[in-house]
Design a binder for this molecule. Sequence first.
Ligand code: MN
Length: 502
Amino acid sequence: MKHLASPEIWFVCGSQHLYGPGPLQQVAANAQAVVDALAASRRLPLKTVFKALLTTPDEITNVMLAANHDANCAGLILWMHTFSPSKMWIRGLNLVRKPFLHLHTQFNRDLPWGTIDMDFMNLNQAAHGDREAGFIHTRMRLGRKVVVGHWSDAEVQDRIGAWMRAARAWHDWQGARFVRFGDNMRQVAVTEGDKVSAEMKLGFAVNGYGIGDLVARVNAVKESAVTALCADYAHAYRIVPALRKGGARHDELRYSARLELALTAFLEEAGAKGFTDTFEDLHGLRQLPGMATQRLMGAGYGFGGEGDWKTSALVRAMKVMGAGLPGGTSFMEDYTYHLDPRRHQVLGAHMLEICPSIAAAQPTVEIHPLGIGGKEDPVRLVFDAPAGPALNASLVDLGNRFRLVVNTVTAVKPPKLPKLPVARAVWECQPSFKTACAAWILAGGAHHTGYSYAVTAEMLEDFATIAGIELLTVDADTRLADFKQSLRNNEVYYHLAQGFRA
Ligand code: MN
């Protein structure tokens, strides 16, 4: 995957000097053993490293400042093996800018009922030490994830793993660049937003580029590179006869390959992790990039159609979250509905740009008219997305804040669609089509989404917590009356929330 970093997670253990050097040595050794187990776990996507046993305000502050300063640190796991009076933590927690997870665990799993004495009791105090820590986190209104249970428990590690994936995506966004070719599709509202706010709040930058700069790159691509890429296509896909070498329309496949090579070079030079374009601004290009965009998404770039930079950034973040897991992630659009009362379904697709990471089988390379944009017919990959659990996520700008809306869905195998010339997915919304769509629309969720078989609602919840943005999840437990109340409550909460941290 393009530009995928593997940052570390720092593990810090809190205590105090009251216990004396002997017990503190034992605490440090136990913390190291916990870290060794987490570092070796295949359930955890990032390496955990033991940083320090912290017993004074200065030590805590120094570690937090070091975490901020270390570009390779994506977050911290905090654990209070013993009691660590939490006023010691205030200065460090005020300064730390990295996400943290509070692991409420205990070194021993079972109590040695027959031999337990006060030495044992004094050494294993997370039950109250972590409560003291939790109080100061809450008192300071710090967003964090709390994971409870023994550190060897697979379920506990899965909770940590989900958070690590969110922390990795957050780390990926900080300083990330997204290229916007042209501007927005004219008159469209939901794809707009405040790019200054996004950079302040979310850490990534979106900047516009003239399509002419891309055209110059397209024209500069060498014929030999185009020929080589077309040969790669012939190995990877089934290509319709007209587009094959020697076919009547092979030149149009070559132009698509040329677009892919130019876009790749452009994004590489810009150091970008994603891009947007719009069919209303293609002057000098013969085709709207279809297959080129699909393949770039397949390589890990974020993408949003029609100038949708928020969805481009979100797709990139979701690709980072899902890295290494089965199932892909794509840009998606709720396109049209099957309103059979026994089985309401959504047909998701886009004009062209669905990522082949969600293809159930080998895609076909086809060419068809686009019917919009007034350009030559674009080449595209056509395929079905598979059945299985999936979700849609949408990032919208409400003017005073960003809101992430998530809907868990069950994808089904698409029926035969012999006349539909685009990649597609078919899904059924949770808890039901009517509730999910009403909730989504009341929440202002966009028609563009990040659609994923790999990313879970838990990862997105952790991601929203890290980002400090609003999250609304529509899932199997959603009741519309409660959801509406959440919308009202959140308006008040997010209006006032800045003032609570004092
Ligand atoms: Mn669209």
